[in-house]
Ligand binder design. Structure first.
Ligand code: PLP
Length: 439
């Protein structure tokens, strides 16, 4: 009998024993094409010898030293490398163990920044429906996924949630994408005015929404208008690139393609590529200097901050992304994956939308294409696709979102950046089989 507390208590998973390139193998020798990189984690694929060697070398010299006493060479080098490539005036890197921790740090830092600046009323966060920022209480409060939040309501912090920028569902027929982008962004201004801008510290959003809406890109101009509103009302812009960052969308940071830079940026997942648990919060010089010249102490922290072995993995991963020219590769293979998905599903009666950027693509499933009506949640379409795909040796990331009280099913794809054309073919063919089996 197992003593592991699994995610799904009624459905024990097979034992993963080996990873190689884009594939994982279980104990019976069955091979799975990892078309979601777990959850957009394994950007370099599995079993990368360079990253494994970097981790081993770090373990041989120094596994861990507490940041209350020391910094370390890999943490310093990783921070330098990230800042050398980061957008805007991001200047400091706070290394944590994952995405939720990065978001918690972002929320605390935004709050402390305003306290130290002498604006103690600013404590409210505005975020978006149909978003996911992590599962710890602050991050979950920021997230707007009703299913994930539902039973934890009494524990959550009061925050504002505006509609996401979701062209397929929310753009009116009489609006151009640009007009819709502007209208969607102006919802932030309306909420600011409703709650009083003097009470708001920040707006948080994923530049490309991952786990709750399926590779949802914003309409043109949306984020530029968001940036303008944040500046006008003196609030911080927190961008959560935990899933869409680190090259996934075809630029090292997803916000580069939106023409904006945030005050605080969160990354994780692809930063460690699965070789070590690591995330990071990057903040602007202005925020850092406010704390440095004020109390001189960020009142937040975890035991594994700046973990040297995790930092060594992150450093090796970012170097690999750059040295192997993988970001242009993401654009090329991403275009191939988008084309293959369109060829397979564009006429499918139950695929309403095919969207994404780079190697971050998704299909949205609908009961009826004309009305865009979602499937009845009781049909559990996303879960059935996941099970059928897994049976066929394909790991993808189906999920159910909720918008306007209706459930929508998506399948998110985020394969390793080394995926080749034949593997893209295998992915789409197995996905098509799984969709047929599930509907
Ligand atoms: N933010 C986003 C956009 C995510 O997609 C996730 C995880 O899926 C998180 C935060 C939380 O990251 P983690 O699971 O590493 O805590």
């Amino acid at each position: 009998m197992s003593h592991i507390f699994p995610r799904h208590c009624k459905q024990l998973p097979p034992v993963a024993v080996r990873g190689e390139g884009c594939y994982l193998f279980d104990g019976s020798g069955k091979r799975y094409l990892d078309a979601s990189g777990g959850a957009a984690v394994s950007c370099l694929g599995h079993g990368d010898p360079e990253i494994i060697d970097a981790v081993k070398a770090q373990l041989d010299s120094l596994a861990y030293a507490h940041t209350g006493f020391f910094t370390s060479a890999p943490a310093e080098a990783l921070a330098d490398l990230l800042i050398a490539h980061a957008p805007g005036d991001l200047d400091r890197v706070y290394l944590v163990s994952g995405g939720s921790e990065a978001m918690e740090a972002a929320l605390k830092l935004a709050r402390q920044y305003f306290v130290e600046k002498g604006e103690p009323n600013r404590g409210r966060l505005i975020a978006r429906r149909q978003s996911y920022h992590g599962n710890t209480m602050g991050a979950l409060s920021a997230g707007g996924n009703e299913w994930r939040r539902a039973q934890f309501g009494p524990l959550l912090i009061d925050m504002s949630h505006i509609d996401p920028c979701y062209e397929y569902r929310l753009r009116r027929d009489d609006e151009s994408p640009e007009e819709y982008g502007l209208r969607a962004a102006n919802l932030l201004e309306a909420e600011l005015l409703r709650v009083g801008p003097e009470n708001v510290m920040a707006f948080a959003a994923e530049p490309v929404v991952g786990a709750t809406a399926g590779a949802l890109t914003a309409a043109p101009g949306y984020f530029r208008r968001i940036r303008e509103i944040c500046d006008q009302y003196g609030i911080l812009l927190i961008l959560d690139e935990v899933m869409c960052g680190m090259g996934r969308t075809g630029s090292l940071f997803a916000c580069e393609q939106e023409g904006v830079s945030p005050d605080i940026l969160c990354i994780a997942k692809g930063l460690g590529a699965g070789y070590q648990p690591i995330g990071a919060m990057l903040c602007s010089r202005e925020i850092y200097e406010t704390i440095e010249n004020g109390s001189g102490f960020f009142q937040h922290g975890h035991t594994y901050l700046g973990h040297p072995t995790a930092a060594a993995a992150g450093l090796a991963v970012v170097n690999a992304l750059l040295d192997r020219n993988l970001v242009p590769q993401v654009r090329k293979q991403g275009a191939g994956l988008a084309d293959a998905l369109k060829a397979q599903f564009a006429q499918h009666p139950h695929v309403g939308d095919i969207r994404g950027r780079g190697l971050f693509q998704a299909i949205e499933l609908v009961a009826d294409r004309d009305s865009r009506a979602a499937f009845d949640p009781a049909r559990k379409v996303a879960a059935r696709i996941k099970a059928a795909a897994f049976e066929a040796g394909l790991i993808c990331y189906p999920m159910s979102g909720t918008i306007d009280g209706k459930s929508g099913d998506h399948v998110l794809l985020a394969p390793p950046f080394i995926i080749d054309d034949a593997q893209i073919g295998e992915l789409v063919q197995k996905l098509a089989g799984a969709v047929e089996a599930a509907l």
